[in-house]
Write a protein that binds this ligand. Structure first.
Ligand SMILES: Nc1ncnc2c1ncn2[C@@H]1O[C@H](COP(=O)(O)OP(=O)(O)OP(=O)(O)O)[C@@H](O)[C@H]1O
Ligand SMILES: [Mg+2]
Length: 233
């Protein structure tokens, strides 16, 4: 579904990704783990077209590596950014409705809204509340809901559990599992190596902008190098 080949990315002169190769098949949860500064967010930004990139990004049969950022979401590749970026002075409902801007999503927005509320009953209870007054975990749910409103075929999540209380961390991981079960493919970036690899079908480890390890979730969890670097040995 997503096939990334020889992907380099840059902030101006500064190269941040080197020759990244990565595949996501339909229905998979694929996780990218790595330390702070490894290039995880840059990878998602390169796929979204918000930073300079070179190489091939195949989405279905189409090379989208030169599609401009404002047209990427309409292809079905949708990002939930790190730090959520909701509109704090708009209600939950208004934030969700803003997600339904691609033409194909607008037509069926009411159905999608129902699906979002079924997945996240907590949001349904808070539709009229200002997004800025939600708890951190609820804001994350709202950001995921907003992305779902655009009817992604691949949903890219950047550290959705960062800074959340343990109970909300569990809730977000369960939600990711349910979104996958409902037919949306997921590319997940996480520092929570254990939980995300338990959930993932396959994973990649980024170090210094390069893929240094890949495998199934179980293989990576059992990998000595990964254990030493991220799981305390
Ligand atoms: N706007 C920018 N301009 C220049 N360099 C940047 C910019 N954003 C990130 N970088 C650099 O690119 C490298 C990768 O950053 P990136 O944000 O992709 O890492 P990350 O894996 O997402 O880290 P974290 O876990 O802290 O979110 C870092 O060295 C960072 O300093
Ligand atoms: Mg990041």
């Amino acid at each position: 579904m997503l096939k990334i080949r020889s992907l380099d990315a840059y902030y101006g002169e500064f190269q941040v990704l080197y020759d990244v190769e990565l595949d996501v098949s339909p229905g998979e949860v694929v996780v990218v783990v790595g330390a702070n500064g490894a290039g995880k967010t840059s990878l998602i930004n390169a796929l979204s077209g918000t930073i300079d990139r070179e190489g091939e990004v195949w989405f279905d049969q189409r090379n989208i590596s030169t599609v401009p950022a404002h047209e990427i979401a309409a292809t079905g590749l949708v990002q939930v950014p790190e730090g959520r970026r909701l509109f704090p002075f708009l209600s939950v409902m208004e934030n969700l409705e803003l997600g339904a801007y691609p033409a194909h999503a607008r037509a069926s927005a009411d159905d999608t809204k129902r699906r979002v509320f079924d997945l996240m009953p907590r949001l349904r209870e808070r539709v009229d509340q200002l997004a800025g007054s939600l708890s951190g975990g609820e804001q994350q749910l709202c950001a995921i809901g907003r992305a779902l409103m655009s009817q992604p075929r691949v949903l890219m999540l950047d550290e959705p559990t960062l800074g959340l209380a343990p109970i909300m961390v569990s809730m977000v991981f369960e939600l990711i599992d349910e979104i996958r079960a409902s037919g949306t493919t997921i590319l997940l970036v996480e520092q929570n190596v254990n939980r995300s690899l338990e959930l993932a079908d396959r994973g990649y480890v980024l170090e210094g902008g390069r893929v240094v390890l890949e495998g199934t979730g179980a293989e990576l969890l059992a990998n000595d190098r990964l254990k030493a670097a991220y799981l305390g040995g």
